[in-house]
Design a protein around this ligand. Structure first.
Ligand SMILES: O=C(O)CCC(=O)C(=O)O
Ligand SMILES: [Fe+2]
Length: 477
């Protein structure tokens, strides 16, 4: 043992620092010495490691502070300048109708990844939903449980209360067909049914592509009457005075998108999703904002939801919900900011809600979905027999939503060409009834016109002093 200790002494220094031999197990002196050696070696390494962690820790803290600073510093995450996808918005938080007119923005677009891909989306507090990609052309998703079955029933009841009408409502005055009285028209315009016409209700009609109700001329007349009325609203009497004798009907007798023409055996109504309406309808608007990740201002300014009831045998022919961008026409929803009289529907995307589970038939059919060999001629054939030959058919299940883009992207974050693959129709209801609600998000392919329109309607009641002068507004009308 003594020899061993001596030899240890001899080896101390250069060699032993690196390769200390194992100490004899039961010798207290040797253990003590080894502890000293070990602790001196360990303390250096320990110090280096601690310092490394300390530096990483400090760098992390700085990075975190910078992140927090740049993400909350401006406080403008949910305004129009949304180059990136905005974060989820709490259900109870109503998207602000207050627009930032000076800002321009881009349109985030969902990713389909591949057919069958499922992503989680957060629409309401305390639960998430699955969103499944059904096709890439068009980009189409299915979201089961978008509405609960109870909520779906409430929407049907609200539509009942509002009153469902056959599609062709107002026709030329000399036509034999049904014509609306001023009282009926007032009631249709009075979306929140409070007995008064607010500016938003007039404007929401302007967004509505159902041009059969009123011509632009009449719309302007009513709008001017409301703007010049000191109370800023129109009662039924005031409405009659303002519109009396000037009511000219558009004479079209059809919705601008032709839906009235393509739908058979159905009745419909419009439900307003904006301020002052039923909380469920506002919640639907918020869910659409969240699932689409679009700026809330776009969804807020879109046309009212259309609820349709298909009776047995009811169906609709294959159609596109939107129109190809065309410099010679203006969008119905922005026509207040345009000079064209030729109006078309501009619906960037559709959220179709199934409000009940049809007992038989009533599938929504996408005849050319994901059809890589698609040709114009084939489209013509398929549109006649889309139901049998359709590539993709979706069965109506209460509460499920379909979401699809009617337009491609223009490659610069704005609306591009009409997506021909978004052609769709619905098969005949063979048993029972089918109820749907369509929410369309309107975007003008002319970005400047969309922005001009948003500036035009962006004033807020408390900003009375700042709102555009009538002269300015009417120049654009
Ligand atoms: O009811 C459906 O399945 C489709 C309805 C539709 O496409 C429409 O209303 O534009
Ligand atoms: Fe449609």
């Amino acid at each position: 043992m003594r020899e061993y200790e001596d030899s240890l002494h001899g080896l101390e220094g250069e060699f032993m620092d690196h390769f200390p031999p194992p100490p004899p197990r039961h010798h207290p002196l040797a253990r003590e010495r080894m502890n000293i050696q070990k602790s001196s070696v360990c303390s250096r390494a320990y110090f280096v490691v601690v310092m490394a962690f300390f530096h990483i820790y400090i760098i992390n803290i700085i990075a975190l502070l910078l992140y927090v600073h740049y993400n909350t510093g401006s406080g403008e995450q949910d305004v129009l300048l949304e180059k990136s996808v905005p974060g989820p918005m709490p259900e109870h938080q109503t998207p602000s109708p207050n627009l930032r007119p000076e800002l321009s923005f881009q349109l985030p677009r969902l990713e389909g990844i591949r057919v069958g891909h499922v992503q989680r989306v957060s629409l309401v507090p305390d639960r998430t939903h699955n969103m499944r990609t059904l096709s890439l052309k068009p980009l189409l998703f299915e979201i089961p449980g978008f509405l609960s079955v109870e909520e779906s029933s409430v929407v049907m009841q609200l539509a009942h209360l509002k009153g469902l009408t056959h599609s062709a409502l107002v026709t030329a005055p000399d036509s034999q067909e049904e014509q609306l009285t001023q009282d009926e028209l007032f009631s249709l315009l009075d979306l929140n049914q409070d007995g008064l016409l607010q500016r938003e209700e007039i404007l929401s009609l302007a967004h509505s592509t159902d041009g059969s109700w009123l011509s632009s001329y009449n719309l302007r007349k009513i709008h001017t009457g409301l703007e010049t009325n000191p109370s800023g609203v129109l009662s039924l009497q005031e409405f009659k005075r303002v519109s009396g004798g000037v009511l000219q009907y558009s004479g079209a007798g059809q919705g601008l998108d032709g839906n009235a023409k393509v739908r058979q055996r159905s009745t419909h109504t419009r439900l307003y999703l904006g301020e002052g309406t039923h909380h469920l309808l506002k919640s639907i608007r918020n869910r659409v904002t969240r699932v689409t990740r679009l700026p809330s201002s776009l969804v807020d300014l879109s046309e009212p939801m259309e609820v349709v009831r298909y009776d047995q045998g009811g169906h609709s022919h294959a159609h596109h919900d939107s129109s190809p961008p065309n410099p010679d026409s203006s969008c119905a929803h922005t026509h207040l900011a345009a000079n064209h009289s030729n109006q078309v529907a501009c619906r960037y995307l559709t959220v179709l809600l199934y409000l009940n589970t049809a007992d038989g038939g009533g599938e929504t059919s996408f005849p050319v979905a994901d059809n890589r060999t698609y040709e114009e001629e084939v489209l013509g054939d398929l549109s006649q027999q889309y139901c049998d030959k359709g590539n993709l058919k979706v069965k109506p299940v209460a509460g499920t939503a379909l979401l699809w883009y009617n337009h491609l992207s223009d490659g610069n974050g704005w609306v591009g060409e009409l997506d021909e693959f978004s052609l769709h129709g619905d098969c005949s209801v063979t048993r029972g009834l089918k109820w749907t609600g369509s929410v369309w998000v309107n975007v003008d392919p002319d970005q400047q016109r969309q922005e001009r329109y948003q500036r035009l309607v962006s004033w807020h009641p408390e900003e009375q002093g700042k709102r555009p002068e009538h002269g300015d507004l009417h120049q654009d009308l």
